[in-house]
Design a protein around this ligand. Structure first.
Ligand code: V47
Length: 378
């Protein structure tokens, strides 16, 4: 038991005391504990506990990465109420990159020698599976040292359906083409009541989890997200976290959890208010405490703003993503954050939070640099 931390812990919320006792003895938190963390007004105490766990796992180390997002198309058969990015086929605001254009997009911003391409997009009704395989093959040929983190579980399930092959075969073909791992998007909220309202055209939560399970079985690492701050309640959030924790118990394939705050602007849910800073910070902290088998909790500054993301580094987060360079999904939904940050700016945010910045590749190996090139320490 961590007796010195226990002696230092203070809260005015008695409901937190039994939860804190479990944190100090490293006992797994249950549903009631998670609900108590969400219900507590003592957000500083919740954050203190999360920071304690974060420091137990990572000390002061804070990871960041030099990545580039690529969104090859915004044309999407789904019409999710949560989304401001997707466009129906034929919409004048729809776009689909030609392969050459996608490869050129990847090269722009390459001056910082990105170590990761993060590729996600709409569920296009006409683009064949071969297009995506060619896209990835072309990227690997041109940038053989860059890790390709591509396609959400939703996209993978859709590609499988369109190609009339299994998810496993789809994943194997993607791997052959050059996909190295998967991002965490499309998880949203698993609870069917909420999912049927915010994204009823997407695969259900069970299928998202099963697709991730298959990817992990084949040896892929992936991330997981949760979209919060819309019509879900605390019980829905807890349900989502516990389902992810249970799958991680089986597969160990998740690397990072990324809570994503809902941006309502330009979506059919535009009447909803944006999340507040305390909600964002609490979500980071609860995630760190409940997801005890997830190695990393990521503060995605594009969504949180750099200021809140920096504070998150003392409330449970150990990872600050990333240089990004060009972001469409949140900016279509009203985000006012910059399109990208430089390595130097990320390091400043981390250092001024009293943490030690470590550049990582997608699989959390440390990266060392000489000017524009990089070396990955295995
Ligand atoms: O799946 C869409 C969300 C996700 C909105 O794995 C919205 O490293 C808020 O998954 N307001 C895509 N969120 C982003 C994503 C991600 C981001 C950074 C890192 C990683 C990673 C993954 O964005 C979607 C959806 O959940 N989203 N629209 C919106 N209006």
């Amino acid at each position: 038991m961590d007796t010195s931390a226990r002696a230092d812990f203070r809260t005015y919320d008695r409901r937190l005391e039994p939860v804190a006792a479990k944190v100090f003895t490293q006992e797994r938190l249950d549903e009631a504990d998670a609900l108590a963390l969400y219900a507590s007004h003592d957000v500083l105490a919740v954050g203190w506990l999360a920071n304690h766990v974060r420091e137990r796992l990572h000390g002061d180390v804070t990871y960041f990465n030099v990545n580039r997002h690529i969104n090859p198309t915004n044309v999407c058969v789904a019409a999710c109420k949560l989304c401001a990015f997707g466009r129906k086929k034929g919409d004048p605001a729809g776009y689909t990159m030609a392969l050459e254009e996608a490869w050129q997009t990847a090269a722009s911003g390459y001056s910082e020698a990105v170590t990761e391409f993060h590729i996600v997009g709409g569920l296009h009704p006409d683009l064949p599976f071969e297009f995506f395989l060619d896209l990835v093959r072309g990227l690997k040929e041109r940038f053989p040292r860059v890790h390709i983190k591509a396609f959400t579980m939703v996209e993978i399930a859709y590609l499988a359906r369109r190609a009339k092959i299994s998810v496993e075969q789809t994943l194997l073909k993607l791997r052959e083409a050059g996909v190295d791992s998967m991002p965490g998007g499309g998880a949203e909220i698993f609870a069917p009541r909420v999912r049927s309202i915010i994204c009823d055209h997407k695969i259900d939560g069970q299928e998202w989890l099963e697709t991730a399970r298959t990817a992990h079985r084949l040896g892929f690492k992936s991330n997981a997200t949760m979209l919060y701050g819309h019509i879900e309640n605390d019980a829905d959030r807890v349900d989502h976290l516990l389902k992810l924790r249970a799958l991680q118990e089986d597969t160990g394939g998740f690397q990072t959890f990324i809570p994503l705050a809902f941006h309502p602007q330009n979506t059919p849910l535009g009447h909803l208010p944006v999340t507040t800073g305390l909600t964002d910070i609490r979500q980071i902290a609860v995630s760190r405490l409940v997801l005890d088998n997830f190695p990393h909790i990521k503060a995605y500054w594009q969504m949180l703003t750099p200021k809140i993301a920096q504070i998150a580094l003392r409330f449970g987060a150990d990872d600050l993503d990333g240089t990004v360079i060009e972001e469409k999904i949140y900016h279509d939904a009203g985000a006012t954050t910059p399109q990208g940050l430089t390595r130097k700016e990320l390091c400043r945010l981390i250092t001024e939070a009293g943490r030690v910045p470590i550049e990582r590749d997608t699989l959390y190996h440390a990266v060392t640099r000489t000017e524009d090139s990089f070396m990955v320490a295995v």
